[in-house]
Design a protein around this ligand. Sequence first.
Ligand code: NAD
Ligand code: UGA
Length: 462
Amino acid sequence: MKITSICCLGAGYVGGPTMAMIAAKCPDIDVTVADMNEARIAAWNSDELPVYEPGLDEVVASAIGRNLHFTTEIRESLAKADLIFVSVGTPTKSYGIGAGRAADLRYIEGAARLIAEVSTGHKIIVEKSTIPVKTASAIKTILSANSSEDATFEVLSNPEFLAEGTAIEDLQEPDRILIGGEITVSGNAAVEALASIYSRWVPRERIITTNLWSSELSKLVANAFLAQRISSINSISALCEATGADVDEVARAIGTDSRIGPKFLKASVGFGGSCFQKDLLNLVYLCESFGLPHVAEYWRQVVHLNDWQKTRFVEQIVRTLFNTVNGKRIAILGFAFKKDTNDTRESAAIQVCRDLLREHAHVVVYDPQVSAEQMCSDLIAAGVSEALLDSNFDVVDSPYTAAEHAHALATLTEWDEFRELDLEQIHSLMLKPAFVFDGRAILPLEKLKALGFEPFMIGKGG
Ligand code: NAD
Ligand code: UGA
């Protein structure tokens, strides 16, 4: 089956960059990204893309208007496509059965119903979103119950493994492409059709094919294992602080064992991002649903440890500042959940700022990519009142302005520019003692001490 027209439902952090890469690599395939969010689509069609991602502008520019289109005309785009990616959000359910753990699949179901309504002929439907295992079965049921007689479908799972901040590199040279399908003649043909798109730029040996359920589950398990490594090293960061060991040295020492490996062992104030917590909770819920409470409890601890890491960071600040931050100016450097993205979803900064505001601190934030509007809406969603934001929260456009008359400074995102700060100037701007809380362990500890700061660094004892 030759694919000439692709539609992707969802123009978010995954749908936009992923489809831009496919369009750039396959000029003969028409790729349309459709979303009902008019502002988002308008931004994709403008010079200021809705997603900040190094290298993304160039990839979009190479294909937009040629074979890459962003539109709100969802039905028309679906009707003409041979292959449809479903890349809509799958947030944690906030209501009813499974609230706080299960994935909310309403957007997936909405997408399936819409596809069924407008489809004729044969179409391949590809799950790009991260979903609980067995979702393909629900999609198939909805499609067959709601479509016209001449419509036939093959449902594939093709989870996305890109990380924000490195999305273009990850799409350009993925460790692997995973495609799950039904082991039937038409299932195999659909898997091959999708594989032949990726094989334009990904070596065949990196394209792994499995059955549907293994593919769906592998995505949740990959994120769970990555998050588990961070919680593991963060648990050790607390022990390092208590004993005088250095977590970076421990990470280097254990990471040279090829069975462990060096990646994802950087201690931090806690992992954030839209997916780790959501997918761990989703896995916990799945295990509970399948009668496996011990497995559920095991993975739940990864989330608990992450929450504790954020809480103990704030407690450290309050304790060090003589048990009160009331009225004190705290400079926060970084609000994004990691460097090189404007995404703040589940960022550790949200909890840290919220808890400092609840202690009546005056919080002043600098982040090179996140807007003040975004920060305020995140903090309001986290339960901070507008009155408290008005009186105790400011966003500034330089780390030096943030540091002026500050009692303490905390780094929460590892932006490269924070490694190059003029620390002498920062010290002269701050009140004394000049307390620094490095939640990313990126500042030079010995230099900070020599300049007269009182530094606390995640995972560094002594
Ligand atoms: P997002 O919230 O940025 O984008 C989802 C988009 O889908 C929204 O713009 C929304 O308006 C749109 N949408 C919802 N229903 C629709 C419909 N019926 N028709 C058209 N558009 C519709 O989400 P995201 O970060 O791109 O994540 C999407 C999925 O990919 C999630 O399941 C997530 O877990 C997974 N994922 C995300 C990342 C990441 O780095 N963000 C990485 C890998 C996988
Ligand atoms: C993560 C995975 O890395 C991707 O493979 C996956 O596709 C994606 O989730 C998803 O499913 O959404 P992402 O959340 O974008 O990607 O970014 P990561 O680089 O994984 O970082 C996640 C969080 O962990 C960040 O807050 C980061 O600062 C933190 N982190 C990461 C650490 O604290 N220490 C580390 O060693 C690595």
